[in-house]
Design a protein around this ligand. Structure first.
Ligand SMILES: NC(=O)c1ccc[n+]([C@@H]2O[C@H](COP(=O)([O-])OP(=O)(O)OC[C@H]3O[C@@H](n4cnc5c(N)ncnc54)[C@H](OP(=O)(O)O)[C@@H]3O)[C@@H](O)[C@H]2O)c1
Length: 342
């Protein structure tokens, strides 16, 4: 494949979605142990929205203009010196991390250089639009369920369960005989979540909904409460779900869909000993060796193929439409994961 001198990139001149421009920039050259990857598909995730506005700790550009994009998949184009031969031109790959992305050289451009040790081949029958979602959402599903260590046939609560990650959690938990009580903010999603594999699904938008949740979980668990919970909303959500969690159980907060602050409750934290914990995939993966990280990603890819970690259906758009895609990411009830292709 002929490698061009320049490429199309989405650039941020400063933090803020209004500061996005489409530019032509040089195609980088791989150094020792590195690989040049032509990125073909990138999902637009909540972390990209937070990164663009400057509040995501995993995106700290060294300088502006910077390129956003924390996830993606692509095709090996060329190999730098001192690579192992494990990959060859044409191999489709995902990465355990796009290292340069955290410094402001992200995947929202056509070509990216990555260390060979970070790259994992993608099975031939997994389409680009699915494989590009292999890192940021599925890996925390595996990690958080390991952290909660839920006994077989026990229950967990998953809030905002209609999200891409929530749907994967429902399916993956079910495959491990863990029963998910899914919550969502829209009544029309309840049946959809049951069809996706949730043991129970309920709306959670008010304090009255929270009381109904605690009552239903108590019925299901013989009065004990759910083993634990996964929450991506923050704000009032942990305090709302805590009465439905067993004494001594944990709520893992892994997202902040309603803002950075959490309202907590001394009755739940002190007298019922419900623990609030955080989970972030960056330190979770960083605690593993490169080989272990690749093994996690290879496992994810197999589960995506088998349907245990089903990728969200996609709304595919050209890379050049990144600014509109970021705006549309905020639409309530958006039915698909936006994927930028080039
Ligand atoms: N900690 C980590 O390592 C990690 C890794 C990956 C993702 N995450 C987090 O996981 C969450 C899900 O990511 P995703 O890519 O799966 O998201 P997604 O597919 O874009 O879905 C977002 C979901 O959040 C719901 N939502 C948005 N704002 C809400 C609010 N204020 N109250 C209740 N529900 C709300 C939406 O509901 P509607 O359908 O009603 O609009 C939608 O179901 C995000 O918070 C993300 O930051 C964390």
């Amino acid at each position: 494949m002929a490698i061009p001198e320049t490429q199309t990139a989405v650039q941020l001149s400063a933090f803020g979605a209004d500061n996005i421009v489409i530019a032509q920039v040089p195609v980088p050259k791989p150094g020792a142990g590195e690989v040049l990857v032509r990125i073909t598909a990138r999902p637009v995730n909540p972390s990209d929205v937070f990164a663009v506005v400057g509040v995501y700790p995993g995106y700290k550009p060294k300088e502006f203009p910077a390129v956003p994009g924390l996830e993606g998949m692509g095709e090996v184009v060329s190999l730098g010196p001192d690579t192992s031969g494990r990959l060859s031109p044409g191999t489709r790959v995902v990465a355990t991390q796009w290292r340069c992305a955290s410094e402001g050289v992200g995947t929202w451009q056509q070509y990216v250089v990555a260390p060979e040790e970070d790259l994992v081949p993608v099975p031939a029958d997994l389409p680009d639009e699915a494989a590009c979602q292999a890192l940021i959402n599925p890996v925390p599903v595996i990690g958080m369920l390991q952290e909660l260590d839920v006994p077989k046939d026990d229950y967990i609560i998953v809030t905002a369960a209609g999200s891409a990650l929530g749907r994967m959690a429902i399916r993956y938990a079910k495959s491990r005989d863990i029963r998910v009580v899914a919550t969502c903010r829209r009544a029309e999603q309840v049946q959809e979540l049951k069809d996706a594999g949730a043991y129970e699904a309920m709306v959670l938008a008010t304090d009255a909904d929270a009381e109904a949740l605690a009552k239903r979980v108590s019925e299901l668990t013989g009065g004990r409460g759910a083993w634990g919970a996964l929450d991506s909303i923050a704000g009032s959500s942990p305090a709302r779900i805590a009465p439905a969690v067993r004494v001594g159980g944990s709520i893992i907060v892994y997202g902040a869909m309603s803002g950075a602050n959490i309202e907590w409750n001394v009755v739940q934290g002190l007298f019922r000993q419900v623990a609030l914990k955080g989970f972030w995939l960056v330190p979770w993966l960083a605690s593993k060796s490169a080989e272990e990280q690749r093994a996690v990603l290879a496992e994810v890819l197999e589960h995506m193929r088998s349907g245990l970690l089903p990728p969200m259906k996609t709304d595919v758009r050209p890379l050049e439409e990144a600014a509109a895609a970021l705006r549309d990411q905020a639409i309530e009830g958006r039915p698909a994961k936006i994927v930028l292709r080039s």
